[in-house]
Design a protein around this ligand. Structure first.
Ligand SMILES: [Zn+2]
Length: 374
């Protein structure tokens, strides 16, 4: 099978691998769609960051690894002892890998596992002979993983939409851990894919106002489409001042930071109401100097949201099925595996404004000519 492997920053190669073998308790899936995410771009530009250079503590894998952690597909084989997932089922993959042993896992907070790994970044635990071959990610015709990573899709959830469940679960979890409640006013810093997902979750949970701070035109348009009530351009407007005006000088109840930029974070502290909360969803590239006193004097909480727990992942699937979330418009292009570097990674780096989510249509690729279409 063809698989896109990460060797080093700027060095992604489409390589021919043996098909992975489905073992006991495992599921083999033919990948349908795989999304590109900010983490992938970060690995491409400045990696390896999360991709292991020495054996990953859980998977034992080192680079090269097959990329892609936002993936959906069709089950082609199930290993012995796997009752929950059936051959032919349409599924989405939860990529998070836990060790089940560390203090976080024992506390029941597995998504904060101290050794956390990801299908698509950390390889995949497979029998020894397959270990070092870089299996795991969704930018490959097949993946094999333990059955617990697979969730059946309701009939009305299309496979391309299902590739957006992972980023939507990130947003779902962030809103879930925040003190946001029905009728609140929220601010979202950054209108990228996660920001757009947060808009959708806030809308369905009954936000009164959803104010988005975003400078890029394409992203502003998408934010508006998804229900942002106001879009502020931090390049030309004073965001905190405008938020104060819009909230009759009370401030926003909850602020979601998807950008991870020091100046932006410090500035929105004054857009938050007393006893409000700022929720960080961003992975920061640089360590910020946080204006802690500005938080402290008005008892503004600075909270963190990392990935998603299993409940958020399942709730996201359900909300998609109910039509409460509809990420269709977020998909700005579908590309073939052969074109993923030029039309995927490079397009996202060079043309951030035009793209929200790029999906690799793995079955559309030349390498899949013999495979069934879906
Ligand atoms: Zn753990």
């Amino acid at each position: 099978m063809k698989a896109l492997q990460f060797h080093a920053s700027g060095d992604l190669r489409l390589e021919e691998l043996e098909d992975p073998i489905c073992g006991k308790g495992e599921v083999k899936m033919r990948t349908a769609f795989c999304g590109l995410c900010g983490t992938d771009i970060h690995e491409f530009c400045a990696g390896p960051v999360l991709i292991p250079q020495k054996p990953h503590p859980i998977t034992g894998a080192t680079l090269p690894v097959t990329m892609g952690h936002e993936l959906s597909g069709i089950v082609t084989e199930v290993g012995e002892g796997c009752e929950r997932i059936k051959v032919g089922q349409r599924v989405v993959v939860r990529p998070t890998i836990y060790d089940e042993q560390c203090a976080s896992c024992r506390q029941g907070v597995r998504h904060c596992c101290e050794n956390i790994g990801f299908i698509g970044l950390s390889g995949m635990w497979l029998p020894d002979e397959q270990h070092s071959k870089g299996y795991g990610g969704g930018m490959a015709e097949y993946i094999v993983a333990p059955a617990s990573h697979f969730y059946a899709l309701p009939d009305n959830v299309a496979l391309d939409m299902a590739a957006l469940i992972e980023p939507m679960a990130v947003a779902w979890h962030a809103v879930n851990v925040s003190p946001f409640k029905f009728g609140d006013t929220a601010v979202i810093v950054g209108g990228g894919p996660i920001g757009i997902c947060v808009i959708q979750v806030l809308k369905l949970q009954g936000a009164k106002e959803i104010i988005v701070a975003e400078p890029m035109e394409g992203r502003k348009k998408l934010a508006r489409h998804y229900g942002a009530t106001e879009i502020l351009d931090p390049g030309s407007e004073e965001v905190p001042k405008r938020v104060q005006e819009m909230t009759r000088h009370r401030g926003a109840d909850v602020i979601f930071d998807t950008a991870g930029v020091e100046g932006a974070l410090n500035s929105v502290i004054s857009a938050c109401r007393t006893h409000g909360a700022i929720v960080n969803i961003a992975v920061w590239e640089k360590r910020p100097e946080l204006h802690v006193n500005d938080l402290m004097y008005r008892e503004v909480q600075y909270m963190q949201s990392a990935l998603y727990d299993e409940m958020s992942f399942k709730n996201t699937i359900e909300a998609l099925s109910y039509g409460q979330l509809n990420p269709r418009e977020m998909i700005t292009s579908k590309i073939r595996l052969e074109d993923v570097v030029e039309k995927g990674f490079k397009a996202l780096v060079e043309d951030r404004d035009r793209h929200c989510k790029i999906l690799v249509d793995v079955q559309a690729s030349e390498c899949s000519e013999n495979g069934p279409k879906n």
